[in-house]
Design a protein around this ligand. Structure first.
Ligand code: ATP
Length: 240
């Protein structure tokens, strides 16, 4: 089958009524590629992910998925075409069990046997969730909650996965495990991943490429290994 999940962001400008927050942003993601979206607080990472998901309209420019312009599609239509936004662990419903939370992500995509198969597929991939399937959301650790948010997005079988700072608030060891799980899931499912992170080292450790935003503009777009070793760039934009 043809691989899908190619994303092309072209001259994208986005604002919230005042001055634009993203200016003329262009970069692409090949199918199956993991791209780290880096930049300081307020650089525009969240805005870019929200624009991709259809939660914020673009003022100009375009985002194409496998050649199709997403501009006129609502969030739900983009989801049906395979775009999934993983919100942070706080999106887990505290009063529902892990299993119930997971099934929420599958409701619109699968029924009956297909749904059971999709749920089983997530438990196969995420051992810690399988062990905690009857635990309530509020009983989970931060890392487990983040993993559940990821599992709930994956159960709808997206082709493009956008994550907004999954490492936020997690201990370094937990971050490392989460990144490893994300990389494995992306590889096994052939996902295209846009990973917004302030945790530069962790993000670049699993990314193929990195794109750096500064005040809403792309200031670097390079192989992850090159970015990780570019000390001038790190000092200028990434704070270390
Ligand atoms: P963070 O790590 O804090 O999420 P970010 O790189 O994701 O940073 P954004 O959240 O996209 O950055 O914010 C970029 C700019 O847009 C900031 O100056 C922010 O104040 C502004 N902004 C974000 N959301 C809104 C909004 N709903 N209305 C007005 N301005 C906003």
């Amino acid at each position: 089958a043809t691989r899908t999940g190619a994303l092309a962001i072209e001259s994208l400008t986005v604002g919230y009524g005042g001055a634009p927050v993203l200016h003329d942003v262009s970069f692409g993601l090949r199918p199956g590629e993991i791209v780290a979206l880096l930049g300081a607080n307020g650089a525009g990472k969240t805005t870019l992910l929200r624009t991709l998901a259809g939660l914020v309209p673009a003022a100009s420019g375009s985002i194409r998925l496998d050649g199709e312009d997403l501009a006129l599609l609502r969030t739900e239509q983009r989801a049906r075409r395979g775009v999934a936004l993983v919100p942070d662990g706080r999106s887990v419903v505290a009063e529902l069990t892990v299993d119930e939370n997971l099934r929420l992500g599958a409701l619109w995509r699968h029924r009956g046997v297909a749904r059971e198969r999709a749920v089983a597929g997530i438990y196969d991939m995420f051992e810690p969730l399988a062990r905690r399937r009857q635990a309530d959301g509020h009983q989970l650790s931060g890392g487990e909650r983040q993993m559940l948010a990821l599992g709930r997005a994956l159960i709808a079988e997206p082709t493009v996965l956008a994550l907004d700072e999954p490492s936020l608030g997690l201990a370094p060891l937990v971050v490392a495990q989460l990144m490893g799980t994300l990389r494995a899931a992306a590889e096994s499912r052939g996902l295209t991943v846009l990973l917004a992170e302030q945790n530069v080292t962790s993000a670049l450790s699993i990314a193929d490429r990195g794109v750096v935003l500064d005040l809403g503009r792309v200031v670097a777009d390079a192989a992850a290994s090159d970015l990780a070793t570019d000390s001038a760039l790190r000092h200028a934009y990434l704070g270390f």
